[in-house]
Design a binder for this molecule. Structure first.
Ligand code: MLT
Length: 264
């Protein structure tokens, strides 16, 4: 489905019935990462999964994509599509940074929050330098150079040796991201604020899900968030890297199901 936005549009899809649940993907990914949830949680959640600006099938708007801007896009989508509020927001990695921005600006729409493979801290100075290098590389060589650099680190060793079909699906999803999308997101992530001070102010119940073998964001970041958020529960998924919802979908879905059961 297409949601008109400014001079372009966002693509999104809906599935299931029950507790309203918005999925926000990471970088450079799309709503396609949520397929196992969109089919596996139909009996418990009214799900909406969006392709962020410049990602998947959404319009490749010019950046930078500030986290506040991406959060505002999500807010407009749920308000204008008349999603029942309050809702649960599930953000993965950059989707988690956006979830924090959405909570900062509109805490009233939150029934719950699922933070997957993400962190509250901003980029380190070295991280910012790497974002700059990524921007230069994608301008000069296109999206494959980004995908080739990220792909070996995005899944666990177990997934990369035992599930090559999944690795190739992830590669295809990443390659669908536009050059503008990559640049816009890299700029936005580089300059995102520190969300650590927000953690103590989150009043809804939070589920934190993290892959034990995440090479991009260490599990220590999830442990830190679980200590600082007042009502947080941490589930660490074995044999999973940065994409536990795809690498261990049954494990991930059960954690979400248990959490949603506790909310209703
Ligand atoms: C993501 O998966 O969204 C990115 O790895 C997050 C980041 O680069 O900070």
């Amino acid at each position: 489905m297409r949601f008109p936005l400014d001079s372009g549009y966002l693509e999104y899809q809906r599935s299931g019935s029950g507790i309203p649940l918005l999925f926000i993907h990471g970088y450079p990914l799309s709503r396609k990462i949520w397929q196992a949830q969109l089919s596996g949680l139909v009996d418990i959640a009214a799900m909406l999964a969006v392709d962020l600006r410049g990602h998947g099938a959404s319009y490749p708007f010019d950046g930078p994509y500030w986290m506040d801007l991406l959060a505002k896009d999500c807010y407009r989508l749920v308000i204008e599509q008349k999603v029942d509020l309050p809702l649960v927001v599930c953000g993965l990695s950059m989707g988690g940074y956006i979830t924090f921005a959405l909570y900062r600006n509109h805490p009233e729409i939150f029934k719950g929050m699922i933070l997957t493979s993400t962190r509250a801290a901003p980029d380190s100075p070295e991280g910012k330098v790497n974002r700059e290098a990524g921007i230069k590389n994608v301008r000069e060589q296109g999206v494959p150079v980004i995908v080739n650099g990220m792909l070996p680190k995005v899944v666990s060793t177990k997934t990369s040796t035992s599930n090559t079909a999944l690795v190739s699906t992830i590669q295809q999803i990443m390659l669908e991201t536009s050059v503008n999308g990559v640049i816009g997101a890299l700029h936005g992530m580089r300059d995102r604020p520190d969300s650590t001070p927000l953690l103590a102010k989150i009043t809804c119940p939070v589920l934190i899900v993290h892959g034990a073998d995440d090479q991009l964001i260490p599990v220590a970041e999830a442990e830190l968030m679980s200590r600082l958020i007042p009502y947080a529960q941490l589930v660490v998924i074995p044999d999973s890297g940065h994409l536990p919802n795809m690498e261990q979908p049954q494990f991930f879905n059960q954690a979400v199901r248990d959490y949603l059961d506790g909310l209703s």
